[in-house]
Design a protein around this ligand. Structure first.
Ligand SMILES: [Zn+2]
Length: 303
C-alpha cells in the first residue's frame, strides 16, 4: 500500500505538530530517579541538557568504576528514539547488572560507557522525533541540527577512538506503521510503502563491518529470552535482506545512525518487538540486557 501526501511540512506545520505533543510519562521519575541511585556505584556525569527545558532534560552518561586506559571500552546507548522504552530501561538494567558480582568478569576486562536516554523529550512524549521534528537516529554527523545527536557526539569526543564495541538499543513497534512512518511521509511530502512489522527480535549490523559471528552470538543469547523475527517471503526484515537469521545490515555512518557515531570495530543495533502477545515489558528489558551480555561474552572469548 502506498499513500500520496501533500506538500512537505514548513516551519508552521512542524510547530503545529510540536503543539500537539503532550507529556505522557516522567523522565525524572522513570530515568533520573534510578540513575541517582546508581550514581553511588558509577561515575555519572551530565554532558548537556535539551534546550527545550534544560532543568527538565539533563543528559547523563555513566562510566563503570576502575576506568582504565588499558581496558577496551564498551559503549551502550538507549533512548535515541525516546519512545522505545526497553532501550532506555535495558541500558539502566545493564548498569544494575554491572554493579552485581555476576558481571565482575565484564568490568575486569572492559570499561563501560552508558548513555541510557539520549532523547528524554521523546521519552516523555513517546516520540521518535525530537521537538524540531527531526529523527535523532538519522542525525549523527558533524554540525547536526538534532541537539540530542550533536551533544552526544561532542561528549563522545574524548572516548570515540577507544570504543571497541557499541550496542545501540532500539525497538520496532506497531506504532512505526500506524504513527511514525505516516508522519515521516507527511513531513517530507512523500509516498511510503507500508511494510510488515516483524514479530520478534532482530539486529542491525553495519554493512562495512558486519561481524557476522558477533551478531550470531547475540542472537543465540537473546533467543533464550524472546523469539527472533523470521524473515519474510523474500528473505527480508523491514525490506532489507537478512544476512543470517535475525540479522540485517545498514550503512550506519552514511545514514547518520547512532551505531555509526564511533569507529568501533563491533557495532550492533538491537530491535526488540514489544507489541507481541508473547512478551512482557520486563522480557523486552531482559532481551536488551541479554543482547549486550551475549555480545560482550563473545568479545571476551574472541579478542
Ligand atoms: Zn529506534
Amino acid at each position: 500500500v502506498s499513500k500520496i501526501t501533500s506538500n512537505p511540512w514548513n516551519m508552521k506545520d512542524k510547530a503545529a505538530w510540536r503543539q500537539r505533543q503532550v507529556v505522557k510519562r516522567l523522565y525524572a521519575d522513570e530515568v533520573l530517579a534510578p540513575l541517582t541511585i546508581l550514581a553511588s556505584h558509577f561515575d555519572v556525569h551530565q554532558y548537556g541538557a535539551l534546550s527545550v527545558n534544560v532543568e527538565r532534560y539533563p543528559l547523563l552518561l555513566a562510566r563503570t568504576p576502575h576506568w582504565a586506559a588499558t581496558k577496551k571500552t564498551i559503549l551502550v546507548t538507549g533512548g535515541v528514539h525516546g519512545y522505545e522504552t526497553s532501550g532506555v530501561h535495558g541500558a539502566i538494567g545493564m548498569l544494575e547488572l554491572l554493579q552485581s558480582p555476576d558481571a565482575s568478569h565484564f568490568v575486569r576486562e572492559f570499561n563501560f560507557l552508558i548513555a541510557p536516554c539520549v532523547s528524554p523529550w521523546g521519552y516523555e512524549t513517546i516520540n521518535r522525533w525530537n521537538p524540531s521534528a527531526l529523527d535523532p537516529n538519522r542525525s549523527f554527523f558533524a554540525d547536526s541540527q538534532a541537539e540530542e545527536s550533536r551533544l552526544l557526539l561532542d561528549a563522545m569526543g574524548e572516548y570515540s577512538a577507544e570504543v571497541f564495541a557499541h550496542f545501540d538499543l532500539h525497538e520496532t513497534t506497531d506504532t512505526d506503521n500506524t504513527v511514525f512512518r505516516p508522519a515521516l511521509a507527511a513531513r517530507d511530502g512523500r509516498e511510503y510503502a507500508e511494510w510488515e512489522i516483524p514479530d520478534g527480535f532482530y539486529l542491525v549490523g553495519d554493512t562495512m563491518k558486519p561481524e557476522d559471528a558477533f551478531q550470531a552470538a547475540i542472537i543465540a543469547r537473546v533467543q533464550n529470552v524472546t523469539h527472533i523475527a523470521p524473515a519474510d517471503e523474500q528473505g527480508r526484515i523491514i525490506g532489507e535482506p537478512c544476512t543470517q537469521p535475525g540479522v540485517i545490515n545498514y550503512a550506519t555512518k552514511k545514514l547518520g545512525l547512532c551505531a555509526g557515531m564511533t569507529d568501533a570495530p563491533f557495532v550492533t543495533t538491537t530491535e526488540v518487538y514489544p507489541d507481541s502477545p508473547n512478551v512482557t515489558p520486563q522480557a523486552c528489558i531482559d532481551a536488551q540486557v541479554a543482547a549486550i551480555c551475549g555480545g560482550v561474552d563473545f568479545l571476551l572469548q574472541n579478542s
